[in-house]
Design a protein around this ligand. Structure first.
Ligand code: NZQ
Ligand code: ZN
Length: 391
């Protein structure tokens, strides 16, 4: 295990009725709030009205940035920053999934920055300050509710890039599993795959001696495999929604990555796909992950992949290579059983753009830690995923 420093500063209010904490939380930071949300799901569910009632009851003035799209755009971020600067906002409150939260994070940082917010993603500027941020989560997926990461798309340059800073970590997040009852099956499935992928990116690591992180990872994977089908069949099953919500939060809050090198190649490749095709992040991951696993499988990586087979899928095969191959197939068929597509061509990705995506994926960073990937590797993964090739 490697040395590490870890601070988890978000206060999590988890459970039914926890919106009761919202007024008190906001008033710690001020009375002028920018409310950030997506395309209307919070209005349909009634959550919007509940939030506005809390504002009224506590004398909180608010402005709104509505209509944040999945794969949130830098143009929305810029609009939010302009409102914050104009109205002298004291807190940004995101209500929604990872897209609204990520958008709110960069608004919070941009409100304290003179230049353009896209500079945070091109590394032209560093995040040295941000407005306080709170979240009310409505979709179990990204873990953005307890981490300092944000991923934003630039519609002008067709890029999707991530950044991270401790200044972006929410001060508080309200996690009421009942708010996820209205999440449609395809988003429940994609969100679950995203959670599992976050675990994979940290579990498949070259760092030895991380027994505790590895066992926690396996528990999270098993939780997703157990509860996703239940949440899809019974959207109002509290136990299933609660377990998925807490797993999503734990999977990317720093606990699993502490003390080890992490991979993130599948995420980096997926971001190139959703930059060009605006697809759901978790769906892209579901298609890519089994092909990434298949591509990195060799005598050396089979040790960990077979551990995954035995601990998560209960595969009793003794030979590591055989066990690993069986686990890869199980992974793919589990994603398929959630109703997710299994090839890039099914979701409208074009063959002629695979080289461009592979090129972009390797252009600005070293890809992969479990097994380093180069241009040809990425292209082969994309080609196999495009065809939905035999695993
Ligand atoms: O926009 P609304 O109307 O709210 O609808 C959303 C959206 O259409 C809907 N939804 C959310 N909660 C709902 C609901 N519908 C009904 N009932 C509810 N309770 O679901 C759709 C997807 O929402 P979105 O916020 O885009 O989903 P998600 O949470 O999966 O976020 C995806 C974004 O986060 C980034 C992804 O790349 C993508 O841009 N990521 C952020 C990370 C982070 N900050 O740590 C890490 C991830 O790896 C990921 O890259
Ligand atoms: Zn993700």
């Amino acid at each position: 295990m490697l040395n590490f420093d870890l601070q988890l500063p978000s206060r999590i209010h988890f459970g039914k009725g926890k919106i009761g904490e919202l007024g008190k939380e906001i008033l710690q930071y001020g009375t002028r709030v920018l409310l950030v949300y997506g395309g209307g799901s919070i209005k349909q569910s009634g959550l919007y009205d509940q939030v506005v009632q809390v504002f009224k009851d506590n004398g909180i003035d608010y402005e709104e940035l509505a209509g944040v799209k999945p794969n949130p755009r830098i143009s929305s971020v810029r609009k939010g920053i302009a409102i914050c600067k104009d109205k002298n906002s004291q807190l940004v409150l995101a209500v929604g999934g990872g897209s609204s939260i990520d958008c709110a994070k960069i608004i919070a940082a941009g409100a304290k920055h003179e230049g353009d917010a896209w500079d945070f993603f091109t590394r032209k500027a560093r995040i040295n300050e941000a407005l306080p941020l709170g979240t009310i989560l409505t979709l179990a997926a990204t873990g953005s509710e307890m981490n300092g990461n944000a991923v934003i798309s630039n519609e002008a340059t067709m890029e999707k890039k991530g950044t991270g800073s401790s200044y972006l970590i929410p001060r508080f997040s309200i996690l009421d599993p009942e708010y996820t009852y209205t999440v449609p099956p395809e988003q429940t499935a994609a969100g679950t795959v995203d959670i599992m992928s976050h675990v994979f990116e940290q579990y498949f690591s070259p760092t030895p001696g991380t027994y505790i992180q590895d066992r926690m990872s396996e528990a999270m994977l098993k939780t997703c495999i157990h509860y996703a089908p239940i949440a899809m069949a019974e959207p109002q099953n509290y136990e299933a929604r609660a377990n998925l919500m807490w797993t999503g939060c734990l999977a990317l809050n720093g606990l699993l990555s502490a003390g080890k090198r992490t991979d993130w190649a599948t995420h980096d490749i997926e971001h190139e796909i959703s930059a060009l095709y605006d697809i759901t992040h978790g769906l892209g991951l579901a298609i890519l992950t089994p092909y990434w696993m298949r591509h990195v499988l060799d005598e050396h990586t089979a040790v960990r992949l077979s551990e995954y087979a035995r601990q998560v899928w209960g595969i009793s095969e003794n030979d590591n290579m055989t066990a690993a191959r069986l686990a890869i197939k199980q992974t793919a068929s589990f994603f398929k059983s959630l109703g997710l597509a299994a090839s890039l061509k099914e979701i409208g990705v074009e063959n002629i753009r695979l080289e461009e995506m592979a090129q972009k994926a390797v252009s600005s960073r070293e890809l992969g830690a479990f097994k380093p990937l180069h241009y040809q590797d990425v292209l082969e993964i994309l080609q196999a995923a495009y065809e939905g090739a035999e695993l």
